[in-house]
Design a protein around this ligand. Structure first.
Ligand SMILES: Cc1cc2nc3c(=O)[nH]c(=O)nc-3n(C[C@H](O)[C@H](O)[C@H](O)COP(=O)(O)OP(=O)(O)OC[C@H]3O[C@@H](n4cnc5c(N)ncnc54)[C@H](O)[C@@H]3O)c2cc1C
Length: 441
């Protein structure tokens, strides 16, 4: 027998779950179909031997009303955990093989060993450099405005930390949205920052929860009850006069409206729109391998408090970055123990994400010895491979946005949402979900 429902949400990652949550405030005539046996998508907390490990995001920005609303709706506001001050203030890049603080204010910038004297002077020219007439790569954009050294020493490691991408291919307009807008509206990033600092209310923080980020996705999933159907992969969608027929692993569902939150490489399998499929196929998802290492605190020589360290290609390391989890949040490791998360691969070193994980782990642990000075056995050493990890907003991104717009215009009540065009951060996913629900009936 065919089921009938008004709306079907496909995918129960943070986008699909947030859409479901905001929609449930308006009406209840929907179902959520999820392919895997767990909700949350990329948000995956694993608790092992009392170490709280995140396979996906580790911290989320508290930077918009939608995220505040959803946290409060699930009574998680009081549970929010913020990074320790010492970790927020001390974010490192590797420089000459040493942990070197990223300058967070003009004074520390002047004294930073990361930049040459010429480079520091070069930055003062930024307000006088003409703004871009058309989009360019992140590399070209930063080089033109602040100089190559600034790109190599700071922006490249930073972008690697978020996107695991290649700055020479990434679109400045879509990846560095805020900086691009500041340049376009004020003619200079420095002028724009000074102006917007005057208008800013307060500092933006990031957060996690005592039992990890899955606390939020599990609560949303629980609240959906039997509206959420797991182990139910969507295989085909057929357009009909009255709406859509969805063919999934468990049968057929007729609906009037679809909200599809699956990744691009999945969506392309069940839509009938050649130009959108062609653009979805061009999206590069950077692979990322994630390792969690737990140690006895006494066995770690390096005691520097901080958030973590990012690397650049010239450092010649096999890792993109290391998060000092137990120095960010005390509670993520048991008393007397330390937890580190190591991110490997990305566009820069894709081949590592094809390596045998046991060999890769040995390589990483050996390289970490230089930096952490760890002795003795690891207490935990988890590994998770994201073969298709983070979607890149490359120079052809505008073509994708156009194809999505055309798709929307020719498929009424078939809405798309997802990190591959809405923004990769969890906070963007939640904000865009609320915006979408606002415009549908
Ligand atoms: C290693 C890593 C670290 C990250 N770190 C951070 C961070 O620190 N902070 C931050 O803000 N962001 C971070 N991100 C990005 C962020 O986690 C993601 O962009 C976000 O979680 C994506 O959510 P989503 O709902 O769009 O997609 P997903 O989480 O991918 O959810 C899509 C869902 O659709 C389901 N699905 C797929 N195909 C089908 C089908 N045919 N039928 C039914 N269901 C289907 C999938 O099983 C999945 O559950 C990180 C990402 C990675 C990979």
């Amino acid at each position: 027998m065919k089921k009938e429902v008004n709306t079907v949400i496909i995918g129960a990652g943070i986008c699909g779950l947030s859409v479901a949550h905001f929609l449930s405030k308006k009406r209840s005539d929907f179902l959520i179909l999820e392919a895997s046996n767990l909700p949350g998508g990329i948000i995956q907390t694993k608790i092992e031997n009392d170490f709280i490990c995140e396979n996906g995001p580790n911290t989320v920005l508290l930077n918009n009303d939608a995220i505040e609303e959803i946290i409060k709706d699930y009574n998680l506001w009081e549970e929010l955990q913020f990074p320790k001050d010492t970790s927020n203030k001390n974010r490192f890049v590797l420089h000459k093989n040493k942990l070197t603080k990223i300058p967070l204010n003009p004074i520390s910038f002047i004294f930073s060993p990361l930049f040459s004297f010429m480079s520091k002077i070069r930055i003062l020219r930024e307000p006088f450099i003409k703004s871009h007439q058309k989009n360019t790569s992140v590399f070209e954009f930063v080089k033109k405005r602040f100089g190559k050294e600034f790109h190599d020493q700071l922006i490249e490691p930073f972008i690697t930390g978020i996107y695991a991408g290649n700055t020479r291919k990434m679109s400045a307009e879509h990846t560095l949205k805020l900086l691009w807008k500041l340049e376009q509206s004020h003619g200079s990033i420095i002028r724009g920052v000074l102006k917007s600092k005057k208008d800013k209310k307060s500092k933006i923080n990031s957060f996690n929860f005592p039992k990890g980020l899955s606390q939020l996705t599990s609560k949303i999933a629980e609240s959906m009850g039997d509206k959420l159907i797991l182990n139910n992969k969507v295989q085909q969608i057929i357009k009909s006069d009255n709406g859509y027929e969805i063919i999934s692993e468990s049968g057929k569902i007729l609906c009037k409206e679809i909200i599809c939150s699956v990744p691009a490489y999945s969506l392309r399998n069940f839509i009938d729109n050649r130009s959108l499929i062609a653009e979805l196929d061009k999206i590069i998802y950077s692979p990322v391998d994630v390792f969690h290492f737990g140690f006895e605190k006494k066995n770690i020589q390096n005691k520097k408090q901080g958030f973590g360290v990012l690397t650049k290609p010239s450092d010649d390391k096999s890792y993109l970055g290391i998060l000092f989890n137990s120095r960010i949040f005390d509670y993520v490791s048991p008393e007397g123990k330390e937890l580190f998360t190591v991110l490997v691969g990305g566009e820069r070193q894709k081949h590592l994400c094809e390596m045998n994980p046991i060999k890769l782990k040995e390589l990483i642990l050996e390289e970490l010895e230089d930096l952490l000075g760890h002795k003795g056995e690891t207490i935990i050493d988890n590994h998770y491979r994201w073969s298709k990890g983070i979607p890149q907003f490359n120079l052809n991104h505008s073509d994708l946005l156009k194809a999505i717009e055309n798709f929307k215009n020719s498929n009424s009540n078939f809405h798309l949402i997802g990190n591959y065009f809405n923004g990769v951060s969890v906070s963007d996913c939640i904000q865009k979900s609320r915006e979408l629900v606002k415009i549908i009936n």
